[in-house]
Design a protein around this ligand. Sequence first.
Ligand SMILES: *Cc1c(COP(=O)(O)O)cnc(C)c1O
Length: 358
Amino acid sequence: MARVFNFSAGPAALPEPVLQRAAEEMLDWRGCGMSVMEMSHRGKQFVEIAGRAEQTLRELLQVPDNYRVLFLQGGASGMFAAAPMNLLRGASRADYVNTGAWSKKAIAEARKYCEVNVAAASRDGELRIPPQADWQLSGDAAYLHYTPNETISGVEFHWVPEADAPLVVDMSSTILSRPVNVADYGMIYAGAQKNIGPAGITVVIVRDDLIGDVLPGTPAVWDFKAQAEADSMLNTPPTYAWYVAGLVFEWIRDNGGLQAMGERNRRKAETLYQAIDGSDFYRNPVDPACRSWMNVPFILADSGLDKTFLAEAAEQGLQTLSGHRSVGGMRASIYNAMPQEGVDALVAFMQEFERRHG
Ligand SMILES: *Cc1c(COP(=O)(O)O)cnc(C)c1O
């Protein structure tokens, strides 16, 4: 069996040692005679698995004690609604920054629950982040929401905005890729399927003074306070996804933690951007000040070659490189689980492809 280098944006590649360990433990989790999938979520074994996953995540991110860590369902898209439901706290307005497709979806969802002030927006097709000096924050916003990494266009904040209101961030495609200061944020949320684990589980890290005053009509499973008090087990959680996420957290810890992840990810991104910038055959359209370390879109000078590029890459084990259906071109997603060798192999292929077709 040969594993490919999978550049998928999500669900994305998982670290091979994690998959191996999950395979070893599949039929019989540590002598208990059953798979994690078959255990009661209230039993001693799963409660231990869940608690350890949370503890490891807290250590990796150095989550302060006044933050609650929740493992929920509904994906990041569910949190587009759950964020206003939980964090408006009687206010009627929230500030949002629009830097791309995921910001837009978060804004559309929030509009169902409150008045959204779009404090700043990149113009359509413009792949840059408006400088904070140009933002129009409202004085009475319950929070300021933004998307640190736009997964589709590869536009990433390399700075943290300043605001009086708590920052609420959709970190789906950048969480755990490097150290962050959790205390800078009121709420961090992320769907798991990029950098955390299998699809189906959603991590929320929220400051505890912000929760407990939900919008009337909020479903109990998305009431952060109720879920915090129930250790995220108000109902049956996605147990297997939670377990695999725990294995991923341990893999990160055993490979040097977030500092080491950040160094590896910076180097991978530099390798790829240098190869793109060093050629007239390939181009990355994003403002260099906000290029993503995780999702690297690029286009060929001759888009007529796109199909050939993708087919030949796939033959060499470099897979899932097509850009999002809304933008076309190519996109290489290079999350934690993508080794430097995968990026090196992609760059070697790109150079060889250019020699033959350039
Ligand atoms: C993938 C992604 C989403 C959507 O996540 P779901 O879990 O499918 O709802 C939202 N925001 C960002 C930044 C993403 O990368």
